[in-house]
Design a protein around this ligand. Structure first.
Ligand SMILES: N[C@@H](CCC(=O)N[C@@H](CS)C(=O)NCC(=O)O)C(=O)O
Length: 212
């Protein structure tokens, strides 16, 4: 039994997609972000970073969404969501997952928590505007990679696709949203119809209509 500490449409969404896709036995435990529960003493014992998500299984509490995704993929290789050791696509899997987490997600975090990145409230609109440009630059890189491909790594669905779908959802409100990019828009439309995506988004009450 896996326990996923989550909040709807947060960084827990990619691990949630994987748990559901792999038909694993899991329990969702809401971390009430509205009351800052991610900073409560009990939660900090599991996740000293005070962030969402955390995955608990077999007495191990794991944080960082991409680490959770890799762990789940490796625990259940029969679902083929990570290329096997020795497969040429494996380093590219790590490259793209890291790009998603370390570039696109990091830029989105600044965009959505701008007050943490300036000590002058007047400059918050400037932080947001700068981030919109940086997010668009990252989306352009992903759009180029998707040209002529069904999935980010080619013809096979991997955990990177679920991770990208999560970040694309967060990127919808930005000035140049993912839907402005033709390859990305087509890919997201297809993924938004994937049974794992539709089921999990129904559970988390995420509106998929913008992708249609
Ligand atoms: N690098 C972490 C980031 C996690 C993260 O920042 N989660 C956000 C929600 S999407 C959060 O917990 N925010 C609350 C806070 O920063 O206090 C990951 O990918 O798991």
């Amino acid at each position: 039994m896996y326990q996923l500490y989550y909040y709807p449409n947060n960084a827990s969404l990619a691990p949630h997609f994987l748990l559901h896709h792999m038909k694993l036995d899991y329990e969702l435990l809401l971390v009430d972000k509205q009351s800052n529960s991610q900073k409560s003493p009990d939660y900090l014992k599991l996740n000293p970073a005070g962030r969402i998500p955390t995955l608990v299984n077999n007495g191990i509490a794991l944080f960082e969404s991409p680490a959770i995704c890799i762990h789940l993929c490796e625990q259940h290789p029969e679902y083929g969501l990570i290329p096997a050791l020795g497969n040429k696509a494996r380093p590219l899997f790590f490259q793209w997952l890291t790009y998603l987490n370390n570039t696109l997600q990091a830029e989105l975090m600044v965009r959505y928590y701008p007050h943490r990145h300036t000590n002058d409230e007047k400059t918050i609109p400037n932080v947001i505007a700068a981030q919109d440009d940086r997010i668009a630059d990252a989306l352009a890189v992903l759009d180029k990679q998707l040209a002529g491909k069904t999935y980010l790594l080619g013809e096979k669905l991997t955990a990177c696709d679920f991770f990208l779908f999560m970040l694309a959802e967060w990127s919808l409100p930005i000035k140049k949203s993912p839907l402005h990019f033709s390859h990305l828009a087509g890919y997201l439309k297809r993924l938004s119809q994937h049974p794992t995506v539709t089921s999990v988004c129904k559970i988390e009450k995420i509106d998929l209509s913008p992708f249609q």
